[in-house]
Design a protein around this ligand. Sequence first.
Ligand SMILES: [Zn+2]
Ligand SMILES: [Zn+2]
Length: 351
Amino acid sequence: MSNMGVLGRLKAMAISVRQWFDADYRSEELLLRKDIPNKVEWVRTIPFVILHAGCLGVIWTGWSWTAVAAAVFLYFVRMFAVTGFFHRYFSHRTFSTSRPMQFVLAVWAGTCVQRGALWWAYTHRHHHQHSDEPVDKHSPRQHGFLWSHIGWITSAKNFPTDYSRIKDLAKFPELVFLNRFDVLVPVLFAVLLFFLGVAMNAIWPSLGVTGGQMLVWAFFISTTVLFHGTACINSMAHVFGRRRYETGDDSRNSFLLSLITMGEGWHNNHHMHMSCVRQGFYWWEVDITYYLLKMMSWTGLIWDLRPVPKAAYDTTRHLSHQPVAAKATVSDADTAATEEAAAVRSLPVKP
Ligand SMILES: [Zn+2]
Ligand SMILES: [Zn+2]
């Protein structure tokens, strides 16, 4: 390799590293480049390696019931944030809230270590516009299972946030700030958990919990499992399960995935009718996120929960609900694109 080649690579690595601390640093260049390949970039896997390696800290810290309970509790508290806020609020605007509460939702979801709400929403809206097409960022049909699960996040191609495509969210500087410095909330959260463990050790030593245990269990292990739970929707929910609607993509409904993800497993329902807050359309389609959002609406913190459209219950439009791979048709893809445009409607947030 020539010196220029080595220098070029080193420069690209330096830019990647700097983007961990300032996600918008030179991101315009990445957005303009059309030649970035769909391949794993090793330097961009380092945050994932750190996240997974942190779990091994258990060798030194050991465990306690308190630390394990905190890990399980924070898994569900944060899965609710992924599905209720990143997905159903920021990506699809399926309910309304106030501007201060919107900020709280973005910080809460920021503890999930899945980058900022604006990157999440931009990336996800792109998925709906191009589901399982060649340009879909995480399609098992196009690029294989592993790529759709984790590989896609390590490509520079999928790193930047295109603010011009999410203008309804990009007009809030506080959200842009959280998105640009997306490492801030996770680091503060990890430090907070560590000191919570230290404090519990001092106040209730009989619990046997330490700062290190809280860091390993409540942050590293809980976050790693949370990542894979979420990623299952990009990978498994387009491969395993049954289809009720012809959506032009491979999306599926899965009870098991819905339990793991608090309702996101009704992915075929969601691809068909993405602008309603509820994803389980029948009482037996368990959708914990919807129940919790409904309860939040009783407090007045959120409102205007958008209902399942009547068309969803028109059984003449249902497939036989058998595990068959359906082929895309142009008219269905058009329907999905039109509904997406409706989902990203004008701002429901009070200034
Ligand atoms: Zn969606
Ligand atoms: Zn999908």
